[in-house]
Design a protein. Structure first.
Length: 279
């Protein structure tokens, strides 16, 4: 198994929104901000080459279609993911699976591209995995979440019958299992990737930053804070017990770490700084 982490670009998010009720004097010690109180976040995706020959992409960043409408986030250093893959010797048509942790713009914007005025799939031969509850929420979002969804990001996938909805834990390869978590948004997928020496957990927005390892540090973007707390604890209890490495999708300064439990909280243990993990 080969696991590669790719940063597709960066954006600015309000620190108060990222850390919710946690006072700035506390969170700024763990995550830096600028004079406008904004934090730089990355949009990290994962590319998995399984032993069975599958090429699996987890999330794909914001793409370029909605940048003007999302100018508030001040995106910078965006890459063309298709070109980045081509530079690694992988054509977009070779991607077998795209797992979308959820359908907020910063996780699925590159799913479709505008070519000659038409929306086309960026990965035309891939099965696109989404939870059914997330899909239903995407089609009929609540008012607090509606600004994060754009139908054009998924329309071509649905039209091509390349959308696969899941209702429960699902293995798409002997080394890759999808599990469902709530809190941030309904039916978010967390991806478990089994290597020879350890298991890796692409946690999505369940735990987007290393600073988010503290269970009570809940983002204001999470629709159901109490549920987010329970789901974070559920994920981290297993990770600490089994020595799993948690991958952070938004942390611009830390990629992944194993964790240990300390009383009622959790702390990082052995941090992974490699972009390519062969296991």
């Amino acid at each position: 198994m080969n696991l590669e982490l790719i940063d597709t670009g960066f954006f600015h998010a309000d620190g108060g929104a990222m850390f919710g009720a946690i006072p700035k004097m506390a969170w700024r010690r763990r995550y830096p901000c600028d004079d406008d109180n904004t934090c730089v976040l990355t949009m990290r995706v994962a590319l998995i080459r399984t032993d069975n020959g599958r090429l699996i992409l987890i999330d794909n960043g914001a793409g370029e279609k909605q940048l003007e409408r999302l100018a508030y986030y001040r995106f910078f250093d965006l890459i063309d993911l298709g070109q980045a893959l081509a530079d690694k010797g992988i054509q977009a048509e070779e991607i077998t699976d795209v797992v979308l942790t959820h359908l907020h713009f910063d996780h699925c914007g590159y799913t479709t591209r505008r070519t000659n005025g038409e929306l086309v799939m960026a990965f035309p031969n891939a099965t696109h995995w989404v939870s059914r509850r997330q899909w239903e929420n995407f089609l009929k979002p609540n008012p607090l979440e509606a600004d994060s969804y754009f139908l054009e990001n998924m329309a071509a996938v649905e039209a091509a019958n390349r959308l696969r909805l899941i209702d429960e834990e699902t293995s798409i390869d002997p080394q890759v299992t999808l599990r469902l978590f709530d809190g941030h948004t309904p039916g978010q997928i967390v991806v478990y990737i089994q290597g020879k020496s350890k298991e890796y957990v692409f946690a999505g927005d369940v735990i987007p930053l290393m600073a988010s390892l503290s269970p009570a540090w809940i983002s204001a973007y999470d629709l159901h804070a109490a549920r987010s707390y329970d789901e974070k604890v559920r994920l981290m209890e297993e990770a600490a017990h089994k020595g799993q490495a948690i991958i952070f999708c938004h942390d611009a300064y830390h990629k992944a770490t194993t964790i240990r439990k300390s009383g009622n909280t959790f702390r990082h243990d052995q941090e992974t700084t490699d972009e390519i993990i062969s296991d």
